[in-house]
Design a protein around this ligand. Sequence first.
Ligand code: SAM
Ligand code: SF4
Length: 438
Amino acid sequence: MTIPDPKSFQVKSFGCQMNVYDGARMAEMLEAEGMTQTAEGEEADLVVLNTCHIREKAAEKVYSDIGRLMKRGHAPMIAVAGCVAQAEGAEISRRAPGVGIVVGPQAYHNLPALVRKAARGEAALDTDMPALSKFGALPARRRQGPSAFLTVQEGCDKFCTYCVVPYTRGAEISRPFEAIIDEARALVDAGANEIVLLGQNVNAWHDEEGRGLEALIRALDALPGLARIRYTTSHPADMNEGLIRAHAEVEKLMPYLHLPVQSGSDRVLKAMNRSHDAASYLRLIDRVRAARPDIAISGDFITGFPGETEAEFEATLRIVETVNYAQAFSFKYSPRPGTPAAEMEDRIPGEVMDERLQRLQALLNAQQLAFNQAKIGLRTGLLLERAGRKPGQKIGKTPWLQSVHLETGAAIGELIEVELLSAGPNSLAGAHLLPAAA
Ligand code: SAM
Ligand code: SF4
């Protein structure tokens, strides 16, 4: 069923930060078409499910969401966007006939045209990966919160054997330098004081003049009005000396590095087609810490990759102990259709994966708590990002990406000085340090 000319819309993004960025750009596009974004809890005429395909659970979620939407009194027009759209294409409308639009991550600049098609009752599917990037076809950046995502690099050529990204997001591309700086300027003009450069392998960003991510960071450093710069996610193979030096030299570059290792076992890393081994990863961490001693290191881990033995899993625990992470994301291996690992024998039973994940997470959580507790008593800058649940409460981020709750009359978007008072595993409490009266 379709709704002619939807007037209101909602975009729900799942998965990685690049999806959040894409969702924001889709919303800007639909608003430029005269549609209104509904508030949380309100029913919209068009619902865009901006999906994630990285693990089976994430991919299956879309079908339960579609089922829920179809049960509404007036079922909305439903668009499936993102990586599930790219991976499953027309199969989605066959499995869920209520879906009017299927649009892949490289084709969402065509969303308004697809909405018009679906309103006419025509099939609206676009999973092309055009040679010309979608970015040039998107409207200018508009409203933004204090911290804004900016995608600079997309796709991936690394082909880790477990990962669908090279298939759903396509080959690695870097956006042009000037386009990125223009977008950053527009974001700052729209109120952003932190910019987070995004890419599946953001540190692989480069241009034809031989510039790398370090050059982008240094150009952003010169942007008036911008207070903080971050980037994520980085691949160990692309962590070059210039970028490491930027952490020592660029004050606006926050002391935080997301550098996934995935496993501590060299055999597993090889089977994953990661280009590093445990020793080279640890050497890299040492170089980064030599440049910026207080840097918060974060990572991603997979437990239960096919064939992983108990001893190989213990090698992962050992590398975690050696690195001492400030934050981390850890997952059970999920076989993804079309990837080489999905064909590998020696699958690890679910309960073994679960047990390993629990042991790994217990260690990572203890490290995160210790990292947070070590900051108690410290005075630092805090970027206020949103209101908290309690009246007068606000939530902001430290340079090390920790969430801090505090009571303050300062406005969202302000960068204030705080003292950190107490710490839990996921957040800290702080007090606003008001400047002494003159
Ligand atoms: N490009 C980044 C890198 O190389 O580290 C990671 C991007 S990927 C979108 C985010 C994380 O999802 C990966 O680091 C990995 O830990 C996890 N992941 C990817 N495929 C997975 C799979 N099949 N099963 C479980 N976790 C997976
Ligand atoms: Fe996936 Fe590996 Fe590419 Fe990261 S580097 S996006 S894990 S294929």
